[in-house]
Design a protein around this ligand. Structure first.
Ligand code: NAD
Length: 486
């Protein structure tokens, strides 16, 4: 695209350093853009700017109505710029362009929804504490929030955090993934154009180490909101724990997608294929473990293979493409190692398993394994690639046990026409989201997050703003104080 070096965004101004990093298109092996490389001192400057914007205002004190107007303007600007943003997202991440366009719409919807919450940030009152007492519970913005985000849905994931923190009255330092910083930087510019004051949103581009780690450990930060791998999430929580800041973590998953024999099998089939191959399987919600009732397992597996075989894999700039490029060489090697190990462990490779022999980029064929045992890595580890593992089950209880048989708990899908089965499953599977007869639908109104190793806290929904606030109790004595202590 361009070889100009894009600056950091700090205090409403462009900031350069002597070093830069260049993103490369995973599908085309060509440079996409160069970005200024931040280090710990730029993180310090960005946090100081956010601190000043918070401590001196005006953002924390801007009326909810006026915040909402600005957030809605950002949504409109995302819509106006959707094509350019989507193209940048596709070039940096390798995801299909049609999907990237869908994500831009979803991101603008999040800003619109957060605008409605900006009107509604409020606390509570207690008028039942006795004749002379009144209790007020004030909901205050948490302060300066650090946000660290991954490469798989760059604009969407920052939009699951940023507008909600702004609605609460916080100020922010964001660190996007070094692989996909483009749309987050552009978002900060659009937010400034929409009227977000200088210093309220700051973006530093750089590597997890030292930029992300310095940000997460910073004493002047009040909260940290992280989306990424469970391994890094643990280090973020440990560092943030050291100086006791609020932490929310959106981490990995190994999500079960469960099909009972009584389900609408045509609909389930489409959802299963979408659920695992969407975004090349580089998706925290990927339905990478298909659990099928044993009496339909053979037929259903054949239908999955037949359908997966027709998926168009290749250049993500082509509108027809459904599976694009794998983000980088390290991720490709992780996926191929899992495919190799799965075969060695005794699982049966039924489809794909190869890297496509393209002139440029790196693409993995949609892959299906059957005869996967619950203790195999294929059934337990997050592969983050287009690899489906199929396991049979006989009873509802067995399906629930298998669904829970992982360290994760992000999401789960169940296909059945039996209301008892649907609700038994929903109540007993330990995951933050359960989809019944649908998969991976997302709504700004509904909370999202994980149990166990999939994370801490929730994003989206009306409670999301609470994650970016503190409660303060104010007690008021009315009239003359009757009783003395001494
Ligand atoms: P990652 O953990 O490697 O990186 C995420 C971010 O953390 C990047 O910005 C990276 O630069 C930064 N980082 C890396 N090391 C760091 C450190 N030591 N200290 C601070 N920051 C550091 O994850 P990824 O490879 O970018 O993304 C894939 C992972 O993200 C998968 O595990 C996926 O499941 C998860 N994910 C979860 C959700 C969710 O909502 N639950 C959504 C998307 C992705």
């Amino acid at each position: 695209m361009t070889t100009d070096v894009k600056p950091l965004w700090i205090n409403g101004e462009s900031v350069l350093t002597d070093e830069c990093l260049t993103t490369v298109s995973p599908a085309h092996d060509t440079p996409v853009a160069s970005y200024t490389l931040a280090g710990p001192s730029e993180v310090d400057i960005a946090i100081a700017a956010a601190r000043k914007a918070f401590d001196e205002g005006p953002w924390p004190y801007v009326k909810g109505r006026d915040k909402a107007i600005i957030l809605n303007r950002v949504a409109a600007l995302i819509d106006e710029n959707a094509k350019l943003l989507a193209r940048l997202e596709t070039l940096e991440s390798g995801k299909p362009i049609s999907q990237a366009m869908g994500e831009m719409k979803a991101a603008s919807y999040l800003w619109q929804y957060a605008a409605t919450l900006a009107h509604n940030v409020h606390g509570d009152t207690y008028n039942n504490l006795g004749k002379n007492k009144l209790g007020l519970v004030l909901r205050e913005p948490a302060g300066v929030v650090g946000m660290i985000t991954p490469w798989n849905f760059p604009l969407l994931i920052i939009s699951q955090k940023l507008p909600f923190a702004l609605a609460a009255g916080c100020t922010v330092v964001a660190k996007p993934s070094e692989l996909t910083p483009g749309t987050t930087l552009r978002l900060a510019e659009l937010a400034a154009e929409a009227g977000v004051p200088s210093g309220v949103i700051n973006v530093v581009t750089g590597y997890g180490n030292p930029v992300g780690s310095h940000l997460a450990a910073h004493a002047d930060l009040d909260a940290i909101s992280f989306t990424g791998s469970t391994v890094v999430g643990r280090t973020i929580a440990a560092r943030a724990g050291h100086n006791l800041k609020k932490v929310s973590l959106e981490l990995g998953g190994k999500n079960p997608h469960v099909v009972f024999a009584d389900a609408d099998l045509d609909a389930a089939l489409d959802a299963v294929v979408f659920g695992v191959y969407f975004n090349m399987g580089e998706c925290c919600n990927s339905g990478s473990r298909l659990l099928v009732e044993a009496r339909i397992a053979r037929d259903f597996t054949e239908r999955v293979i037949e359908k997966a075989r027709t998926i168009v894999t290749g250049d993500p700039l082509d509108e027809a493409t459904k599976v694009g490029a794998i983000i980088n060489q390290a991720q490709l090697e992780k996926i191929t190692a899992h495919i190799q190990e799965g075969q060695e462990a005794g699982a049966r490779l039924r489809l794909g398993g190869n890297v496509l022999p393209t002139a440029c980029g790196r693409f993995v064929e949609p892959t299906v394994f059957e005869n996967v045992a619950p203790d195999m890595a294929l059934a337990r580890e997050e592969i983050f690639g287009p690899v489906l593992s199929i396991l049979p089950f006989n009873t509802r209880d067995e399906a629930i046990d298998l669904a829970n048989d992982t360290c994760y708990g992000l999401s789960a899908g169940v296909w059945t026409q039996d209301v008892d089965t649907a609700f038994e499953f929903s109540r007993h599977v330990r995951a933050g989201t359960i989809w019944i007869n649908c998969f991976m639908d997302g709504y700004a109104e509904l909370p999202f997050g994980g149990y166990r190793d999939s994370g801490l806290g929730r994003e989206l929904g009306r409670f999301s703003v609470d994650e970016f606030t503190e409660l303060k109790t104010v007690q008021l004595h009315l009239g003359v104080r009757a009783n003395s202590w001494l």
